[in-house]
Design a protein around this ligand. Structure first.
Ligand SMILES: [Fe+2]
Length: 267
């Protein structure tokens, strides 16, 4: 692994760029630009993007906890309204297979799929970090949508397993987590953001307080809005990047996008 970062993926970032305060939006876009420069400087060969399910690939007929993409290419975004040009990005099935095998050997039986589509959860970060879609990607999708969901501890364990797998990997891989922070999409509390919780969560990640950030219960997260379950993506990456220093680049509660938006980089 040569690069890692955690970001928010709320669709408004591209769909409604003029909705928030201009200065705050520019700070967020600038933060993404910093991440892009840092990432490109590490010359990654493949992007592993850890995002969350939004009923794009899976529904109640089958809802895996974790799914890794094994496809040769991925179409997206499925939502034309997010104002990101639709198209395909090539995959990296051979690296994905190696990661899958490493997970099985380490006791984590990920689901895998050769036919995954990309939604805003993957495309928002990709539109900033690799807008021309040149680098191969591997999507890894976590169920943060319907109960039961994997625990924070299990997400962190998956991250540690991926850490080991990537450590012995010759390929230069950038790992991006995309989700959260607090938001309540479509709920009666839609628009409610718990900035205090978000800032505390970021602090726990920075200080590597693993015991605390892996102990959040479903009830604690749901009380901040169901979308807050997506912090599982950040928790997973905290395991992948456990040896690296985490630096927050941006955080603001952005009511116009109904989400607490954060950016964090690992060095
Ligand atoms: Fe999401």
């Amino acid at each position: 692994m040569v690069f890692a970062c955690s970001v928010s993926h709320t669709p408004g970032i591209r769909a409604w760029p003029d909705a928030p305060d201009t200065e705050i939006k520019e700070q967020l876009y600038k933060g993404f630009s910093v991440l892009r420069k840092k990432m490109l400087a590490t010359e990654p060969e493949t992007l592993l993007i850890i995002s969350s399910e939004h009923f794009t690939n899976f529904f109640l007929d089958c809802m895996p906890a974790f799914t890794i993409g094994q496809a040769k290419e991925y179409f997206g975004p499925v939502e034309p309204w997010i104002k990101i040009k639709q198209g395909t990005t090539i995959g990296d099935p051979s690296l994905s297979k190696r990661l899958l095998d490493a997970c099985y050997k380490d006791g984590i039986e990920l689901a895998y799929s050769h036919e995954m589509k990309l939604d805003h959860g993957t495309m928002i970060p990709l539109s900033f970090l690799d807008p021309t879609r040149e680098l191969p990607i591997i999507p890894l999708i976590i169920n943060a949508m319907t109960y039961p969901m994997p625990t924070q501890k299990r997400c962190y364990e998956l991250g540690k397993t991926l850490y080991k797998a990537l450590k012995s990997e010759k390929k230069r891989v950038a790992v991006i987590a995309a989700g959260g922070l607090s938001h309540a999409p479509g709920e009666h509390t839609h628009g409610k953001i718990d900035a205090q919780f978000d800032r505390e969560f970021i602090r726990l990640i920075v200080e590597k307080d693993v015991d605390t950030f892996t102990s959040f219960t479903d009830e604690e997260l749901e009380s901040r809005g169901l979308g807050t379950h997506e912090i599982r993506t950040w928790v997973t990456l905290a395991g992948v990047a456990k040896d690296l220093k985490a630096t927050p680049l941006f955080y603001e509660p952005i009511p116009a996008w109904a989400t607490g938006c954060g950016l964090l980089c690992y060095d």
